[in-house]
Design a protein around this ligand. Structure first.
Ligand SMILES: Cc1cc2nc3c(=O)[nH]c(=O)nc-3n(C[C@H](O)[C@H](O)[C@H](O)COP(=O)(O)OP(=O)(O)OC[C@H]3O[C@@H](n4cnc5c(N)ncnc54)[C@H](O)[C@@H]3O)c2cc1C
Length: 396
């Protein structure tokens, strides 16, 4: 049985980032993924903010940065639009297949061993180590390491099997469905375009993320518990838009997004959980690539310390959870409150907001600037006391 210092389950953005960081720290790393090709199929609108790239030290690269984004257009149910405009590039719609392969190549060049078509199905603690059993291109294999990093996305099998409660209620899951479309037209091809309304996307939104001329990811995220499926809502949305209705669908993607909050406990003996597996996504828009990679950095630091001390106990590893909440989780918890606020708003409330507030005001909300947002709500919506009451309840 081949031995490693760390076995990472899942080669998405979280797992690959952790693989590179740990390999750079001279750890012997194995990173396995059940997919036969890294990054394929994607479950993603492929929007990545420049602030995230800067924070993570990732340089935009023309091989995977397809479309620079200069802002966002938010559409109320009536079609009224609030624009958030930046005078410089604020992010990119990327080609995730290429982005993730680049992450994998970087990790491999640092001596992390990456294996695809390698499904990790069983996990057993034995003599201070974890034996990970995999089905690898049809053959049963086993690997062992004192530490497993679970980066296996919403499936979260590794953490579950190693005794962590990763259960999530249906109300806290969004169901995502997306078509990559060609030969389409839409307004604002340099913006991400978001469409709100109970009839369009209950408790969520439809999106058009441009990938180039006449080419975009057109998707939807809605509460998983809805009676109609996300696909049905998306098809109705596309049918309602003359510029989309005759386009070609060149890829279909589906996936779930854990938007209802984060695992309270993200470690156990011999285990650290990162990324979607720990529900680390932005609860408002469901974006998770940047958050997953940041969590991977925090986890890798703790894992390297654990290796140095030869201590893989929960009581040592749990500093990762504390550090993650300090760095990111507390801020995301504020956004979770705002999500609950948005869930209470009716379509009429959205219309009022679209007429009353500016793109800058939306940014205050998006940045979880609770004081600035509360002041803005009190000032701009003074003639709508019921709406102010609902919003202020969540902005304290
Ligand atoms: C429809 C949709 C649109 C989205 N749009 C955006 C967006 O525009 N921008 C953004 O930032 N985020 C977006 N997200 C969220 C984003 O995709 C995730 O937050 C991100 O991929 C999390 O990365 P991860 O590495 O934690 O998990 P994943 O990317 O899910 O990677 C997990 C990996 O683990 C592998 N795996 C699972 N189980 C096993 C196993 N037992 N053995 C081996 N391998 C295993 C999987 O094959 C997978 O490759 C979207 C999500 C959805 C569903």
């Amino acid at each position: 049985m081949q031995e490693f210092d760390v076995i990472i389950v899942g080669a998405g953005p979280a797992g690959l980032r952790a693989a590179a960081k740990l390999a750079k720290g001279k750890a012997r790393v194995l990173c396995v993924d059940k997919k036969q090709e890294i990054g394929v199929p994607k479950r993603c609108g492929e929007g990545l903010g420049l602030a995230w790239m800067n924070r993570l030290g990732i340089k935009p690269d023309k091989r995977w940065c397809l479309q620079p984004i200069y802002g966002a257009a938010l559409y109320a149910p009536s079609g009224k639009c609030v624009e958030i405009k930046f005078n410089k590039v604020s992010g990119y719609v990327i080609e995730r297949r290429i982005f993730e392969k680049e992450l994998a190549k970087q990790a491999a060049q640092l001596n992390a061993l990456i294996k695809t078509k390698c499904y990790a199905h069983s996990f057993e603690r034995k003599n201070g180590k974890v034996i990970v059993s995999c089905t690898e291109q049809g053959i049963e294999t086993q690997y062992s390491a004192p530490l497993v990093i679970a980066a296996d996305g919403t499936e979260a099998l590794a953490a579950r099997k190693l005794g962590l409660n990763t259960a999530i209620s249906l109300k806290d899951i969004d169901s995502g469905y997306q078509y990559e479309m060609a030969n389409i037209s839409f307004q604002n091809p340099n913006y991400i375009n978001l469409f709100f309304g109970k009839e369009i996307a209950p408790r969520g939104y439809c999106w058009i993320f441009p990938k180039g001329k006449g080419h975009a990811n057109v998707g939807i995220g809605i509460a998983a518990a809805e009676r109609k499926t996300a696909k049905e809502y998306l098809d109705s949305f596309i049918e309602s838009k003359p510029g989309l209705r005759n386009g070609s669908i060149i890829e279909v993607n589906a996936g779930t997004i854990p938007v209802g909050g984060f695992l309270e406990e993200m470690t156990a003996d011999n285990l650290i959980v990162i990324g979607d597996a720990a529900h680390q996504v932005n609860p408002i828009h469901g974006g998770g690539m940047g958050i997953a990679m940041e969590a991977a950095d925090i986890a890798s630091e703790v894992a390297l310390k654990a290796l140095k001390r030869n201590d893989f106990s929960h009581s040592f590893l749990k500093q990762y959870t504390a550090e993650w909440y300090k760095t990111r989780g507390k801020n995301l918890q504020k956004l979770l409150r705002q999500r609950h606020m948005l869930e209470e708003l009716s379509d009429d409330n959205f219309e009022t907001l679209a007429k009353s507030i500016s793109g800058e005001d939306v940014m205050k909300l998006a940045e979880a600037d609770m004081v600035g947002s509360a002041k803005m709500v009190a000032k701009k919506l003074v003639r709508h006391p019921k709406l102010v009451k609902v919003m202020l309840k969540y902005l304290k």
